[in-house]
Design a protein around this ligand. Structure first.
Ligand code: 13P
Length: 249
């Protein structure tokens, strides 16, 4: 279902004490909202976060997972391990996973299949690099990323998908896509999905924007009709900033 979502991707930040203290502050300061609120601490603190937020509407997501059900994959985490501790959502395809850890569309497709088969919700990230935008390849790049990892899915699996358009040039750079650039791309994404899966599915998928979203720019970006929320990096690490961004939705 198309809902408004504000999700915080904590990346490799916050130790155990810091995680608990940020969650306590967020739970206390959380504004009343119809939007879904999601936080994604690092793997080692996920179980603590789930317990900590047991009586809160704030949800917990993992930042990644392996596609195999189990086995000799040193350092990796399986979908069963996540579900077993109460994590029902996973971020897949973040540009940092793609660029630093070699995650290709083909690998992501396997991760998507594993998450879908295990009833996990996916926040699927994708977006073009600066050079690709400069050379006006951004629509083609985004279309390919979506098609390669998601377009083999059955129609009903789209209920488990949330999309997060994150132009790489806007991640952690302080430079954000303008609300118009975000809207233009989100409308393109919806049209592309409609072309293969029909209007009903295209109109029911939530499409988040990510890349230097801050309290100062969140309202403008969220006001666009095809922007259903945000995936927030740096600004999700400070309770007050994250709360302001939630208020903006
Ligand atoms: P920043 O908000 O720090 O730019 O990060 C965005 C992001 O990568 C969220 O996944």
């Amino acid at each position: 279902m198309r809902t408004k979502i504000v999700a915080g991707n904590w990346k490799m930040n916050k130790n155990l004490e810091e995680t608990e203290s940020l969650l306590t502050e967020l739970a206390a300061k959380r504004p009343d909202t119809d939007a879904e609120i999601i936080v994604s601490p690092t793997f080692v603190n996920l179980a603590t976060a789930v317990r900590h937020l047991e009586s809160s509407i704030i949800q917990v997501a993992a930042q990644n997972m392996h596609f195999a059900p189990n086995g000799a994959f040193t350092g990796e985490i399986s979908v069963d391990m996540l579900k077993n501790i109460g994590v029902e959502t996973v971020i897949l395809g973040h540009s940092e996973r793609r660029s630093h850890f070699g995650e290709t569309d083909a690998i992501l497709k396997q991760k998507v299949d594993s998450a879908i088969a295990n009833n996990m919700r996916i926040i699927f990230c994708f977006g073009e690099e600066l050079e690709q935008r400069k050379s006006e390849e951004h629509f083609t790049v985004v279309e390919e990323q979506l098609k390669n990892a998601l377009f083999h899915l059955e129609a009903k699996s789209w209920e488990q998908i949330v999309l997060a358009y994150e132009p790489v040039w806007a991640i952690g750079t302080g430079e954000t896509a303008s609300p118009e650039q975000a809207q233009e791309m989100h409308a393109f994404i919806r049209k592309t999905i409609a072309g293969s899966f029909g209007d009903a599915i295209a109109n029911s998928v939530s499409i988040l924007y990510g890349g230097s979203v801050k309290p100062a720019n969140a309202s403008d970006i969220f006001s666009k009709p095809d922007v259903d929320g945000g995936l927030i990096g740096g600004a999700s690490l400070k309770a007050d900033d994250f709360v302001e961004i939630i208020k903006a939705i």
